[in-house]
Every structure is written in C-alpha cells, then in structure tokens.
Design a protein around this ligand. Sequence first.
Ligand SMILES: Cc1ncc(COP(=O)(O)O)c(C=O)c1O
Length: 463
Amino acid sequence: MLYPNLDVSEMFVERQAQRGAMHTRHLNEQLVRVLKTIGYDVGFQRGTGQYLFDRDGARYLDLLSGFGVFAIGRNHPVLRTALKSVLDADMPNLVQMDVSTLAGILAERLLEHAPYMDKVFFANSGAETVEAAMKFARNATGRNEILYCDHAYHGLSYGALSLTDDSNFRGGFGSLLPGCSQVPFDDLAALEKALSTRQVAAFIVEPIQGKGVNIPSDEFLPGAAALCRKYGTLFIADEIQTGLGRTGKFLAIEHWNVEPDMVLLAKALSGGHVPVGALLTRKSIFDKIFNRMDRSLVHGSTFGKNDLAMAAGIATLEVMKHEKLVENSAKRGAQIQLALKSMIPGFELLKEVRGKGLMIGIEFGPPKSLRLKASWNILESANKGLFCQLITVPLFKEQKILTQVSGHGSHTIKLLPPLTITEEDCTWIENSFRTVIADSHRVPGAIWSLGKTLVDNAVRKSA
Ligand SMILES: Cc1ncc(COP(=O)(O)O)c(C=O)c1O
C-alpha cells in the first residue's frame, strides 16, 4: 500500500453504513427517499455473476443487470484479469497522437459479427453513440431530418433525448433538437409517408423497444430497411440494449435478417465495468465524415478508445463466445417464457408474456371480476402503472428478485438478467412470480394494502 489511507475497498466497508446520508447530503436525495419508501435500501455488499448480496448476506437474483450492462455477470474473472493486465502493462493509453492497438482488435472482433460493415467508431456511453449516429447520418446524407418511433428510448443527452418519446424525460429542459420527428412503431405506411419527402437523413429504431418490450411484426424491420433504401435514408438499429446476445442472437436484427446502415452498441460491451459505446457502419458512410486529413478528428471524445474500455469489450466478447452466452440467452429465455405463459389462464391480472431471449416483458392489465376491479381502479386512477410497482416490491423483499417496471406508467415488468442465468435460476423466477402473482389476486391482501397506504400517503401530502 503506497498511501495508508487509500485502500478503496476498505473505504467501501468503513463508510457503507453512511451511504444514504452521503447521498442525501451531496448527491440525489430523491433517489434515497424512493429506495427507503419501497424498502430497497438493503445495502448491497457484493455482486458476483447474476447474484447480489445484501448487508445480511441474503442472496438476490438480479433481473435488472444494471440496466443491461452485466450480460456476462458481475465481476467476471476473465474481465477482471483483462483489466488488471492493462493496468499492470503500463500501456501507452490515450496518447491521442497515435492509434490504439486494442481499439483495432476490438473493432476487428465486433465486425466479425456484422460482415456487411467495415468501420467502427467508439464512444463512452449509449447516448454518446446515438449522438455520433445522428451527426454521421446528417453529414453523410446532407439531409437534416431524423425519424424515431413512438415509445422509443435512445438516451438523455439533448440529441438522444430529441429521439426519445417520453414526456417525463423531455419535460422542463427547454427546446430539443430541431428536425427530429416521430412515426408510429410498426407502421410501414406511416414510415413511407414520412420518408417520401426525401428530406430524412436517418430512421432510428430499437429492434425490440426497451420501454414496454414491444416487438414489431415480422414485416416491419425488413420493410423499413427497404423503404429507407428506396428514399435514400440511413437505417440505424439502436442495439444498445438488444445487442450482444440479449435477445438470443448476437444482434436482435438477425431475427429478421436485416442489414442496417449503422448498428449501435454500448451497455453489455462494457462488461459492466468500463463505459463504452460502439457505432458500426459501412465505409461509404464513415468516409464521408472523416473525408480529409484536416477532418481526421472532426468527431470524437477525449476518452473514446481508452485501453480499459477496449479491454473490457475484448474480454466481454471472449466470455460470450466461450460460455456460449448467446445460446444460453435463447434457451433460458424460452424456458422462462414458457413457464410464465402457462400462468396466464390462472391469473386474470396477467395479460401477456412476450420477448426474445433474455429480454422479457410481463404485462398486467385490468381484471374481469368485480372482486378485483374496484381495487385495481383505485390504484390506476391514483397512479397509472402503480400495480406493477406493487408486484416488484414483494418480488424484491420476499422472493429476493430484483426487477424493474419497464417505463413510466407502464403495466409491464421487464426481465433483463445476466445472460449467465441457469436452469435453477429460471425455476427461482417461475416460483417467485407464481407466488407474488397469486398473492396479488387476493383481496384484501398485502399488495393491495401497500397500494392503499401509498395512495393515502400521496393524497395526504397533496392535501
Ligand atoms: C436502446 C437504448 N439506446 C440508448 C440508451 C442510452 O444509453 P446510456 O444510458 O448509456 O446513455 C439506452 C439506455 O437504456 C437504450 O436502452
């Protein structure tokens, strides 16, 4: 130890009891309040693979995977070794007036998965990758308009937010980027109408939408790619969430045999540890942006292509290949969907289970029986989507399953586990959901009384 006070892991242990207080004082106090209110302040101590461990040592199955970044699981030994080897090798990182060897290797390996692409641009996050795609599309086509879909989520920086259809995220931040227009998801006629002006630089779409886990009809993505070609518009697949095995294929667009003009990756490529984004595209597009020596740095970012991020990407791809995680995603996803779908006839509040691979949406909706209807209506009129939130609380507290509701006001719970989950984990998921959903059909019952307490509290506060 060079400096006696600088063992960060020791600091973590010593100060962890004060984490809530530190965040209340110096960071996001509202988040601390939310976690306390719903009982999620269990003080996680450790994470390994698909599991998290709280301050009492209880083990949780993580179906959130840090919003999809831990596809290979937390703290994977291969990733750890790769990152350590970079630090131990005294590499000439970020020289800037040099080209990075590790970036060359990661680009080569990524392109093996999309042989119709030739070039990669590296960024530091999903949103930054979306920003690059917007700039590249405008520059390459000389057009200004960008189309995105309703219910889309592409990130929260100004450009990406201008392509995100969620008033909760957009509101209160002033005017967004001009030239961005919305078309309905899964509607080829509307898309053609918008493209036919021949003013559109790019159409950006998530092959499966993250907010709601919306899957298009089989005609939509191939049809959209063909329409884009017809009208001279670039087709951008935002695979920041769906890419890298999440849906049971390396890229989700492979389900529909589509070859986009740009593919955007981030999240899982980081191994969860070093932020990174990658834009894959064709040489004909890339060369329009970087077209002269004096424009060799016309777009970029100081930390792009840094050695730790590149090593994280290389290690992640290696783990995926060796542990056959894309195949595991398809297999375990099918197992979970089968189990959950079999519950639909028995539970009137459970409406649909959909997804591909390990990106699964579980949708709830209004009951038929009078017995449940009154309670449902009270909750829904107080706060749309509250029922779903109430399902995630006992899943967490009693079943030790960490999940999320897929978007504001959504009736869909999303499962986005590490791609490493096992058959036993799937059984854990099945049994937990069965128990909690069965409880939710009991009135009076714990879920409804928690809902009533939350609604009453909200009413009292606003009075
Ligand atoms: C499809 C998609 N695009 C873009 C983003 C933004 O990525 P980031 O949060 O790394 O900026 C996300 C993040 O959830 C996403 O799911």
